[in-house]
Design a binder for this molecule. Structure first.
Ligand SMILES: [Zn+2]
Ligand SMILES: [Zn+2]
Length: 561
């Protein structure tokens, strides 16, 4: 990612009494949120999430924040605060705990429960956990933390106020201001106001929807569209949404009960998360409504609802397999209804439309964001952010959680309400709060860390570049045998291509130039095979790009005989 502050260098030593804020992820992207706070030599981390790869990162499973800047300071970490249970906030925690397992984990009941199943998958059993609620205060070293209820697209989300000798910081986490949420737990603006009265020195705010004017629609407003699907469908209904969206699933459950249908969860994370949410009382499930997905075949289609993962078109998810007809036991019949009660995350459009088309081809009636009000965002729009700035009246604002355009839009809103000091940072940019003033102090090296299968950090950007070239251009191997006594090409070049269709004899014109280039390199004193390989690569590369406008990966092989 390009850097907005190329001139910045390593920050100097943090002056005594100052607070240092270093985002290691989430600023400049939507995902892998992680922010490090430093005071008096001690560290506090807020969130540790993952980012999901895009098409130009082939073979990558997950992208983590770069722990490099804190790797030799792991023992200075007082705690890791997790604001809520979304993957972009908790997903990288197991990878951080692999480096130090006893970092105290702080979060709400549901957040820690969702994290718990992840930690078990990674066989991390010796963790230290502190369950907190809104209104509670807990101290770790020099950091006094106070938690504030916020409303978001997952229950039990928290904002965190951080008090140190440098002043009061308020971090909203992800939030919106739905005034009539299903669980009645609204964003606690009274606490925001009280903290504002005390004096918020630095306010870190969710930028995701800062470009969206007005107010985010209430979750309850999608009820009529869900109801209509249930009213009009006389066959099976399949609903896909995020596996953590407890309130969305609640609305589907309520409609199912009202229409006498049984519900089955499909997809591993949906089954697991809804079990956790109902065990803890965040999801209210009437008796005898939930059935095992495998029992569905015994029920008449008009008595069935499936709640499935895969709303983003993830290729291995249940919904994708249903759409391409490869799911073990769920097969679409013409007349079934599929409801995608989810957002269309930028970058996922192609996959989602592939799934929608697949379902439609099988005869399903597909209801989605594009044709009905079946989704609302989990993030505050511009109107809500303006309210927050006016209520909190912070001295300094640092927009977080968003791409650059979101951060800039959010900062602009703060300015409109009279905030004079807005600091725009991206990942790795260090912000110091000293004497009530927040300023950029430098930057630290901070890149992407790719998880590929079971390896972490082994795949680099240069390998991804190779994968992109391989997938788009294929590769060409060129084998030349050199007579090491006479110092000339003895046979070859043998040229073979994969991954791109070349006409027969396409490489004939380049064979003589390759032989000439190798012979010339030897005559000019080339002594090792690497220099000869370079001569082959250069000659072929120039030819293939000028005559065919292609740039395949070139693998020259020189055999000395
Ligand atoms: Zn979230
Ligand atoms: Zn988030």
């Amino acid at each position: 990612m390009s850097h907005p502050h190329p001139e910045l260098t390593e920050p100097g030593k943090l002056p005594k009494g100052g607070l240092r804020v270093t985002p290691l992820g989430g600023l400049g992207e939507v995902g892998r949120n992680m922010t490090v706070f430093e005071y008096d030599g001690r560290l506090l981390i807020v969130d540790c999430g993952v980012l999901f790869p895009e098409e130009q990162q082939p073979g990558v499973d997950l992208i983590l924040p770069d722990f490099g800047p804190i790797r030799d300071r792991l023992d200075d970490i007082e705690a890791l605060v997790l604001t809520h249970g979304h993957e972009d906030h908790i997903g990288a925690t197991p990878y951080l705990l692999r480096e130090r397992q006893n970092i105290p984990l702080v979060g709400s009941e549901l957040t820690l429960a969702l994290l718990g199943s992840k930690l078990r998958e990674h066989r991390l059993r010796e963790t230290v956990q502190h369950k907190v609620r809104e209104g509670e205060t807990i101290t770790f070293g020099p950091f006094e933390l106070e938690f504030v209820a916020v409303n978001h697209s997952i229950p039990d989300a928290l904002a965190v106020a951080i008090r140190t000798g440098a002043g009061l910081v308020l971090h909203t986490g992800d939030f919106k201001m739905d005034q009539l949420p299903l669980d009645g737990r609204i964003t606690d603006l009274r606490a925001f106001a009280r903290l504002g009265e005390e004096g918020v020195d630095l306010f870190l705010t969710d930028s995701t929807n800062a470009e969206v004017p007005g107010f985010t629609t209430a979750e309850k407003k999608i009820a009529p569209a869900i109801e209509q699907v249930f009213r009009e469908s006389d066959q099976r209904i399949i609903v896909a949404c995020f596996a953590s969206h407890v309130h969305r699933v609640q609305q589907v459950l309520d409609s199912a009960v009202a229409h006498g249908r049984k519900v089955a969860y499909v997809g591993r994370s949906m089954v697991r998360n809804m079990q956790i949410a109902s065990d803890l009382g965040y999801l209210h499930v009437p008796e005898n409504v939930i059935v095992d997905a495998k029992e569905l075949a015994d029920l008449p289609p008009e008595k069935v609802v499936m709640v499935s993962t895969g709303s983003q078109g993830e290729p291995m998810s249940a919904l994708s397999r249903i759409a391409n007809g490869t799911h073990n036991f769920v097969h679409i019949e013409p007349g079934d209804t599929v409801l995608l009660a989810s957002s269309l995350i930028p970058g996922n459009e192609n996959s989602i439309y592939r799934v929608i088309n697949g379902l439609a081809r099988l005869g399903a009636n597909v209801v989605h964001k594009g044709n009905a009000l079946v989704h609302v965002s989990g993030h505050a729009s511009a109107g809500e952010l303006l309210y927050c700035y006016n209520i909190v009246r912070p001295r300094n604002v640092m927009p977080v959680h968003g791409e650059v355009r979101h951060l800039l839009a959010n900062g602009d809103l703060a300015r409109q309400t009279g905030v004079e000091s807005v600091v725009y940072a991206e990942d790795g940019v260090v912000v110091d709060l000293i004497d009530g003033k927040a300023e950029i102090a430098g930057k630290v090296e901070c890149g992407y860390v790719f998880v590929d299968g079971t390896t972490v950090g082994d795949v680099t950007e240069s390998e991804l570049k190779d994968r992109r070239i391989l997938s788009e251009e294929g590769f060409v191997s060129i084998v030349v045998v050199v007579d090491s006594v006479k110092g000339v090409v003895a046979s070859g070049p043998e040229i073979h291509a994969r991954g791109h269709v070349w006409p027969d004899n396409a490489f004939d014109p380049v064979k003589q130039p390759i032989i000439k280039a190798v012979n010339r390199a030897i005559a000019e004193g080339a002594t090792d095979t690497y220099q000869l390989q370079q001569a082959i690569r250069r000659t072929f590369g120039r030819w293939v790009s000028s005559t065919h406008r292609r740039r395949p990966m070139i693998v020259p092989v020189v055999i000395e005989a």
